[in-house]
Design a protein around this ligand. Structure first.
Ligand SMILES: Nc1ncnc2c1ncn2[C@@H]1O[C@H](COP(=O)(O)OP(=O)(O)O)[C@@H](O)[C@H]1O
Ligand SMILES: [Mg+2]
Length: 231
């Protein structure tokens, strides 16, 4: 029994702005993200990676087209159903978001609490992830007291400690040295073994190499799809 969700995108299109400023960030994306596979989205800056991840992560309603979670459109779900689904989606943003007055650990607890998962099992998971990513000693620090790369790793711990079924990581190895990037890869491979649905955007050739499925974007369109994303 797999852990993740089948996510299928049909003709997903996202436009920003209005009138003269209207611009298409993602055009007619057709693709799927499946449990037990690492799916990587890559392409130059501005090609639509973050937009796609936000739309898939139920944070940005597509202008046209659909996202289906096990056949259901989250943007048409009842509020309660959508909130339950969001508890099972762990997102780490390209530019991590933290509450600046709280320590890294308190930020992690805040996310666990908002997902109804502030219990020993999830605290333990957070500690072990922090240890694996080499930031356990920094958990009592405030976001302003650690480096960009450390904050990035903390944001990954934050998104994964709720043990979500769907993991969405926007450029998880950006700003990281080789050793830290390798640890992120190991974490991703562990999640794949657990059968999670894993969606990652990156410029990192190593990450592209371990992917099971890849989509290369350019100007908001898929210019190359590789791997078996069939369901
Ligand atoms: N909130 C926004 N408002 C207007 N345009 C945006 C917004 N976010 C992104 N864009 C534009 O959409 C395009 C795709 O952006 P993005 O998805 O962030 O690409 P990537 O993550 O590949 O760098 C870019 O041209 C970007 O300038
Ligand atoms: Mg981006």
């Amino acid at each position: 029994m797999s852990e993740g969700w089948n996510i299928v995108c049909e003709n997903l299109t996202v436009r920003y702005g209005a009138g003269e400023n209207r611009a298409t960030a993602l055009m007619d994306f057709n693709g799927s993200f499946i449990p037990g596979k690492i799916t990587v989205v890559f392409g130059p800056s501005g090609s639509g990676k973050t937009t796609l991840l936000k739309a898939v992560g139920t944070l940005l309603q597509p202008t046209e087209g659909r996202v289906n979670y096990n056949g259901k459109d989250p943007y048409k779900m009842l509020r309660k159903e959508l909130l339950d689904l969001r508890r099972e989606i762990g997102i780490s943003f390209q530019h991590p978001l933290f509450v600046s007055q709280l320590t890294l650990w308190e930020n992690i607890e805040l996310v666990l609490n908002s997902s109804g998962k502030l219990d020993e099992r999830h605290r333990e998971l957070a500690y072990s992830l922090a240890e694996q990513l080499g930031i356990k000693k920094l958990l009592s620090k405030k976001p302003s007291e650690v480096s960009g790369g450390e904050l990035k790793r903390a944001s990954i711990v934050m998104s994964l400690s709720k043990d979500p079924s769907v993991v969405i990581l926007d450029e998880p190895t950006a700003y990281l040295d080789e050793e830290s990037s390798k640890k992120i890869l190991e974490v991703l491979e562990g999640l794949r073994e657990k059968g999670k649905t894993i969606v990652v955007s990156t410029h990192d050739p190593e990450l592209i190499r371990v992917a099971d499925v890849t989509y290369r974007l350019r100007y908001g369109r898929v210019v190359e799809a590789r791997g078996d994303s069939g369901i």
